[in-house]
Design a protein around this ligand. Structure first.
Ligand SMILES: Nc1ncnc2c1ncn2[C@@H]1O[C@H](COP(=O)(O)OP(=O)(O)O)[C@@H](O)[C@H]1O
Ligand SMILES: [Mg+2]
Length: 251
């Protein structure tokens, strides 16, 4: 099993888009997938077509030790969604418990040992306790970076945060970077790409996810790109990205 946190404290870089569509691409490739919505805004949950937000979700697992099984939703064959839940924001405000406040998700996954091949965790655009829980539970992080210079600064900051957690976890996190919202004809996008590859050799996945109108239209339809435009180049991009992750193909 590979547990991967899709993380970047910057909003709008494509975390949720990547979690939903990469998840579906992995399922199509034959894997069993669990997707966990760790963002109180619940956009992963709605992206998958669940518009009436469930009250119970990962919030109750973290706050009340409810079983994953009792809150999970089988959204597609071999895709289990653990929705956000209405009290998820409360995790950010937990005061007691010291370091154990950051290992609630890890404890739940360890105890309940879900049977999927991939667990993808969609993180909120913040570096608080929810993201900390994702980092502590994951073996790997997937960092979407969009094609602007500001996002490069954000990555440096994120990597410093990851280093700190590694000392707590006593285990290293595999880091993957994915270029997202990429404009192939834009010079800046290509510059950011070569900078990233220079800074993180062997960490930047081969496939860029391009900016594509169809990807922006998917969430309102509650569908993934494979259900919305199965033959689009955007769908092909996610098929390739899934392969990159499986085979660990990087620049
Ligand atoms: N590759 C892309 N092409 C076009 N629109 C995208 C792409 N990736 C994300 N978007 C859109 O940009 C917005 C932010 O993306 P999202 O995945 O929600 O980012 P995050 O989860 O990092 O905040 C959403 O409206 C989404 O539909
Ligand atoms: Mg998001």
């Amino acid at each position: 099993m590979r547990i991967i946190a899709v993380i970047n404290q910057k909003g709008g870089v494509g975390k949720t888009t990547i979690t939903a569509n990469l998840g579906h691409a992995l399922q199509i490739a034959g894997y069993r997938v669990m997707l966990i919505d760790m963002d109180p805004q619940a956009q992963l949950t709605t992206s998958l077509g669940i518009f009436r937000l469930p009250k119970k979700g990962i919030d109750r697992v973290l706050l009340d030790q409810m079983l994953l099984k009792t809150v999970e939703i089988h959204t597609r064959e071999n895709i289990v969604l653990v929705p956000a839940g209405s009290q998820l924001m409360e995790v950010e405000h937990l005061n007691n418990g010291g370091v154990s406040r950051a290992t609630l998700l890890d404890a739940a996954l360890q105890q309940q040992n879900p049977q999927q091949d991939f667990i993808l965790i969609d993180c909120p655009p913040a570096s608080g306790l929810l993201s900390a829980n994702a980092i502590m539970a994951a073996d790997e992080v997937l960092i979407p970076v969009s094609g602007d210079y500001l996002s490069l600064n954000g990555v440096a900051h994120l990597l410093t945060t990851l280093k700190k957690f590694e000392t707590l976890r006593l285990a290293t996190l595999q880091r993957w970077v994915v270029m997202s919202r990429f404009h192939s004809r834009r010079r800046l996008s290509k510059e950011v790409r070569s900078k990233l590859i220079g800074h993180f050799p062997d960490r930047v996945l081969k496939t860029e996810i391009k900016e594509a109108a169809a990807l922006a239209e998917c969430p309102a339809a509650g569908r993934t790109i494979f259900e919305f435009r199965r033959t689009s180049s955007a769908a092909q991009g996610f098929t390739q990205l899934a392969q990159d992750l499986v085979e660990r193909r990087t620049h």
